[in-house]
Design a protein around this ligand. Structure first.
Ligand code: E4P
Length: 219
């Protein structure tokens, strides 16, 4: 399973990149707005840190504008993947961009039928927003299983990129079903490292080691 980090913050990206655990980055207009920098400059900096896929989203709503924006975004760096919203115009744009060899990430996906349509259009990645499904009292895990079944049933080339992850359990569930990618917020990545027994165990080992050293000194 590939791990992407779901942020546009350079410090967070650098920290996880240095740990060697991330394969790519996803951004969206909200995440870029949080950083307050010129978006294309920020994306360029992100692409310099991470060599894997970096998702950047179009703002336009018509196929024509989306395709134009996608061509511009893909000039920022060779690892840019263009995020396209799951609309009729978006799907038309995905087909055009696929033919041009521009990688796409169909975003704001909430249903199994949307996955099927995006896969048929030739999306490189498809991003179901599981946290927002959960917020809407829908069973996000069952929905995700069915999405994965659909991708596997027809051997589509699209990769399921699990997005809107809210907790470490979401990552486990995505991994259990063999989802290709999980895009994970920094805070959740941090939690995935930790278990209270790891800290307690380490403390006890070090204490016992020190005890032994003192015993040996006093022999
Ligand atoms: C990533 O591709 C998505 O834009 C992001 O995961 C959405 O997460 P949110 O629902 O927490 O805003």
């Amino acid at each position: 399973m590939e791990f992407f980090i779901d942020t546009a913050n350079l410090d967070q990206i650098k920290e996880m990149q240095e740990l060697g655990i991330i394969d790519g980055v996803t951004t969206n207009p909200t995440l870029l707005a949080k950083e307050g920098a010129e978006p294309n400059e920020q994306l360029k900096k992100i692409c310099e840190i991470v060599k894997g896929p970096v998702s950047a989203e179009v703002i336009g709503l018509t196929t024509e504008v989306m395709v134009k924006e996608a061509r511009e975004l893909s000039k920022i760096a060779s690892n840019i993947v263009v995020k396209i919203p799951m609309t009729k115009d978006g799907i038309k744009a995905v087909k055009i961009l696929d033919k041009e060899g521009i990688k796409t990430n169909v975003t704001l996906v909430f249903s199994q039928n949307q996955v099927l349509i995006a896969a048929k259009a030739g999306a490189t990645y498809i991003s179901p927003f599981i946290g927002r499904l959960m917020d809407n009292s829908q069973n996000e895990i069952d929905t995700l299983w069915e999405m994965m079944e659909i991708i596997n049933a027809y051997d589509f080339k699209s990769k399921l990129l699990v997005a809107s992850i809210r907790n470490a359990r979401h990552v486990v569930e995505a991994a259990k079903m063999g989802a290709h990618v999980a895009t994970i917020p920094f805070a959740v990545l941090e939690k995935m490292f930790k278990h209270p027994n790891t800290d307690k165990g380490l403390e006890a080992f070090l204490k016992d080691w020190e005890k032994l050293q003192n015993q040996l000194k006093n022999k």
